[in-house]
Ligand binder design. Structure first.
Ligand SMILES: Cc1cc2nc3c(=O)[nH]c(=O)nc-3n(C[C@H](O)[C@H](O)[C@H](O)COP(=O)(O)O)c2cc1C
Length: 194
């Protein structure tokens, strides 16, 4: 798949096939995250891969899914993620707030590398940090910044362009397809003057 096509066809996935993801594939995906840009090349990020059944069961209740349509957007029991990649920040290495850009760049690399494997991904910023850090036994010097929920995709959300001022809240149609409103290119690009 061409990079541009991959980028524009990617959508957040919240329904997953119950098919295990090989550890070798997960490590390949994390490798793509590791090589993302890093402010000052400090590389404060580390990655926790959770695939074990009981660990995944403990993680799941601490995540918040698709707030605009909750609880309709929650994965059902037979649609839950088959792996999690938790992006950790080593607080002894990170400096100021630049690490947030590192996390975003790394997460997007992971998302796109997953897409190439047919694996869908949901970024989860809304989670119970303390509980997740306890469950994973994360040492004090790290903080869990972002959870990436992964699995072979079981849905095909679609985007559509919206007029200025229209709602950005996504919705599901009667057949359960998720529709993502996106602001139009011409409404957000300013060429040579605002
Ligand atoms: C920083 C960040 C945090 C997010 N946190 C959550 C979350 O906690 N739960 C969730 O279901 N989706 C979360 N998302 C996914 C967004 O809801 C999703 O990207 C947005 O609706 C646009 O859909 P798209 O990714 O398909 O274009 C997050 C996305 C980003 C970038």
């Amino acid at each position: 798949m061409k990079i541009y096509n991959a980028i524009i066809s990617r959508r957040t996935i919240r329904k997953f096939q119950q098919k295990p993801i090989k550890l070798s594939i997960l490590k390949r995906i994390v490798n793509a995250g590791r090589l993302a840009p890093s402010a000052g090349n400090l590389q404060p990020l580390e990655y926790f891969i959770a695939v074990n059944d009981s660990l995944r069961e403990k993680i799941f209740p601490n995540l918040r899914w698709a707030a605009y349509i909750a609880p309709e957007g929650n994965p059902k029991n037979n649609e839950r993620p088959m792996a999690y990649i938790i992006i950790l920040v080593n607080k002894e290495i990170s400096f100021g707030s630049f690490f947030k850009y590192d996390v975003g760049a790394s997460a997007e690399n992971i998302t796109l590398a997953s897409l190439e494997e047919g694996i869908g991904c949901c970024w989860i910023g809304s989670f119970n940090r303390k509980k997740i850090e306890n469950i994973l036994k994360i040492p004090e010097q790290y903080s869990a910044d972002l959870v990436l929920a992964l699995g072979y995709s079981l849905e095909n959300p679609e985007y559509y362009d919206i007029e200025k001022g229209k709602s950005i809240k996504y919705h599901k149609d009667t057949s359960g397809v998720l529709h993502l409103p996106k602001r139009k290119l011409d409404d957000i690009v300013h060429i040579d003057c605002f």
